[in-house]
Design a protein around this ligand. Structure first.
Ligand SMILES: [Zn+2]
Ligand SMILES: [Zn+2]
Length: 306
């Protein structure tokens, strides 16, 4: 299961109902954080995401995306965490991230490794990768995609037995696409093995205009979490400040043929009544949802791919 918990859905500053940017991803027992605005650690407690991320990915070093790092690392230390934590940021983010890690007089009692990522870089994890992609926000910034590799096609075990394939290594060979010999007859894997089954993809834009590279990165995503700071009436401001409108996010989601769209990074102006953003996005992408703090998004395999 891939489980995404939205920890903060407000732009720039928190409101009584929404914290600033952060989301938690749980994948096969591992916890990742994507962005870590002020107060993220308290949101992790409140929404029970677990408290020991192995990696923190930062889309860009605007304060509303990083001020939660010092407090979170201190609390992890107080709770006895001693394993290494990896922090990944966009180009030219290292010195700011180092400052965030080292702020205060107590040293963090575990190793913290900081690494800058260029758009297009992959961070390989066990069973998936995090791939960065270019965004347009007026400062060095990347979007983030969790990508699972395709899995082997399903093997028709009953038919394999009926053809006399002995259980054991020959099953594995067929599964990997190699032909095998049974009683002098060559068995082609295409007879027994279905097409490769696509892995899942979760895409988070961070702060950005809705650009073609973002659309390319989002193509076919099972879940897209997109900047929707403004509504139509503030489209000019979105352009000036390097953000997207809800409608632009909806249009991009439709063009990229994603399965699910969730809007985030809402301007305080819409915090209490975000339905105007939902309506505008849904005119482009009917299922669009407005994110809220604590929203849990489970990402199943597409129907028929299980
Ligand atoms: Zn922001
Ligand atoms: Zn920003």
């Amino acid at each position: 299961m891939i489980r995404v918990t939205l920890l903060g859905t407000a732009a720039a500053r928190p409101t009584p109902g929404r914290n600033v940017s952060g989301l938690a991803i749980q994948h096969a027992g591992e916890l990742l954080l994507w962005d870590c605005g002020e107060g993220t650690q308290r949101q992790m407690m409140r929404y029970a995401t677990g408290f020991n991320p192995t990696c923190i990915f930062i889309t860009h070093v605007h304060a509303d995306h990083i001020l939660g790092i010092p407090g979170l690392l201190r609390t992890m230390g107080l709770q006895g965490h001693r394993d290494r934590v990896e922090i990944y940021g966009p180009p030219r983010s290292r010195s700011v991230l180092e400052d965030a890690v080292n702020l205060g007089t107590h040293r963090v009692p575990f190793p913290v490794q900081i690494q800058e990522l260029e758009p297009g870089d992959d961070v390989e994890r066990s069973g998936y990768a995090i791939r960065t992609f270019p965004v347009s926000h007026g400062v060095p910034a990347v979007g983030l995609a969790l990508i699972e590799p395709d899995r082997l096609g399903r093997i028709d075990v009953a038919r394999a037995r009926a053809l006399g394939v002995p259980e054991g290594p020959d099953f594995g060979r067929l599964h990997r696409g190699e032909s095998v010999e049974v009683d002098g007859r060559t068995i082609d894997p295409a007879e027994l093995v279905g097409p490769a089954r696509p892995g899942r993809k979760v895409v988070y834009t961070g702060d950005t205009r809705a650009t073609r590279p973002v659309e390319d990165a989002a193509r076919g995503a099972d879940l897209l979490i997109h900047d929707a700071t403004f509504g139509d009436e503030e489209a000019d401001r979105a352009q000036e400040t390097g953000h997207a409108t809800a409608r632009e996010a909806g249009r991009l989601a439709r063009n990229a043929e994603v399965r699910k769209l969730v809007l985030t990074h809402l301007s305080a102006r819409y915090a209490d009544d975000p339905m105007i953003l939902a309506r505008q996005a849904r005119e482009e992408f009917p299922g669009a949802k407005v994110g809220r703090d604590g929203m849990v998004l489970e990402v199943p395999y597409p129907p028929g791919v299980e």
